[in-house]
Design a protein around this ligand. Sequence first.
Ligand code: GRF
Length: 226
Amino acid sequence: MQNIVVLISGQGSNLGSIAQACRRQHWPARVAAVIGGRSAAAGLALAALEGIPTQQLAHQDFSSREAYEAELAERIDAHDPDWVVLAGFMRILTPPFVARYLGRMVNIHPSLLPAFPGLATHRRALAAGVKVHGATVHFVTPGLDDGPIIAQAAVPVQPGDDEATLAARVLAAEHRLYPMVVRWLVEGRSRLHSEQLEWLPAGEPPADDPGRSAAWPDDSQLLWCP
Ligand code: GRF
C-alpha cells in the first residue's frame, strides 16, 4: 500500500477528487495525510470528512522558510510517503526541499505550461486572447512551474468568458486530470528518470481509463505524452 501525502492551501477540491478516486477505484494506495496552512481550513475539513488525518502548519508561525520547510518535511516523512501531491499549495519551495522529494512530488498548475507560469493564470490567458487554456500536472523541480509535464487537460476559451467562468471550466478539468495522473504514478506507469518523464512497460493508460478517449464532456480534452 503506497502512501500519498497531499499539501493544500485552499478549498482542497483537487484533494477531494484524488481522495475519492483513490477510495472508489481501489488504488493500491491511500491518502495518508493532508497538510495545509492557515487558509486551508475548508480543505482540511473536507479531508477529515474522508477520514484522512489532517494537520495544520502555518508558515507564518516560523521565522524562516528553512525552519518552516524542516518542520513540513518532518511531518510529511512521518507518513513514509511514496508520493507528495501539491494540490493548490501556494508556497514556493526551496531547492533542498524539492531535491528531497525529487521524482516523488507532483503539482497541478492551472494553465497549459509553459504558458502562464505563476499566478493569475486565467486573467492572463483572457488578456492574451488564447483560444485554448487548461491545466498541467508535472513533476516538481526547482524552477517555478517548470518540471517535466506528465499530462495536460485543454479546455476551450468561450466567447464571453470571464475569469470566473474560465476558472470553473479549468477546475472541472483538473478534477478529472489530477486523479488520473496520480493513479498512473501509483500504478507505476510513468516516472521521472534523468530529469525526464519516462513511460514504463506498463505503458499508456488501460483501455478502460476514462482519460483515454480523446474528447471529454464540455469539449475539454486530455493530452498526455507517452
Ligand atoms: C487549482 O486551480 C490548482 O490548479 C491551483 O490552485 C487551485 C486549487 O484548487 N494550483 P483546490 O484548492 O484544489 O480547489
